[in-house]
Write a protein that binds this ligand. Structure first.
Ligand SMILES: [Zn+2]
Length: 217
């Protein structure tokens, strides 16, 4: 049963029962970001690793944690919502009700808003990265990386995965962020100066990641 989804406004939806009546095979349910992380572990950028954390940077910020090749959801459902860790006390309001969540700063929606404000016109993600050398965009991207880096370092300090993957809409541009994020991990992760940091890479399967992961549940 889907207990709760703040983005599609579902509460207590008996999804497996409903789909089970239509689809002639057993139906299981899992979070899409968790499935994407599992898909990348099975057949994508994480296939050489057993332990990874994937950040899906899209309209929101999702996360998937894979430990020993399996999705980690916590003891009950609803774990690994990395987008809802607070990175700034009393910061920007988030859809979840808290203030200062990672999602409020590093979703694609947030990046578009910041860049549009800085440039005084509506811009797309593609345009932002095409203008990455202009001072206004440089400043916006610098601040974006700073906050994303805080979130990543927090997760690395807790889980110390072998690899961090950046997925979602940002994945095709995320290669621009890997170098500064690696620097931040070296400087800020516990033991980072001694080289104990994960790889960081772009997810490789795009939208297929969650489908492949779901098929592997
Ligand atoms: Zn939140």
């Amino acid at each position: 049963m889907v207990l709760y989804s703040n983005n599609i406004h579902w509460e207590n939806v008996h999804l497996t029962d409903i789909l089970g009546r239509m689809i002639p095979c057993p139906v299981r349910i899992a979070n899409n970001a968790d499935c994407a992380a599992l898909g990348e572990t099975t057949a994508g950028a994480g296939k050489d690793y057993s332990d990874l954390v994937m950040f899906t940077l899209g309209n929101g910020v999702g996360g998937g944690i894979v430990i020993h090749g399996e999705i980690f959801e916590g003891g009950i459902m609803g774990g690994s919502e990395v987008g809802h860790m607070v990175v700034t006390a009393n910061g920007k309001p988030c859809t979840c009700g808290r203030k200062g969540c990672l999602e409020s700063y590093v979703s694609v929606h947030a990046l578009l808003q910041e860049a549009s404000q800085a440039l005084q016109k509506e811009v797309t993600l593609e345009e932002i990265f095409a203008m990455k050398d202009t001072p206004e965009v440089q400043k916006v991207l610098h601040e974006y990386v700073e906050v994303l880096g805080i979130g990543i370092v927090n997760i690395v300090n807790m889980f110390r995965p072998q690899v961090i993957l950046l997925g979602g809409q940002m994945s095709e541009y995320a290669k621009e962020l890997i170098e500064p994020l690696t620097m931040m991990m070296k400087e800020q992760c516990y033991g980072g100066k001694h080289g104990m940091i994960p790889e960081i890479a772009c997810a490789g399967l795009g939208k297929a990641a969650s489908i492949i992961g779901a098929a592997n549940l």
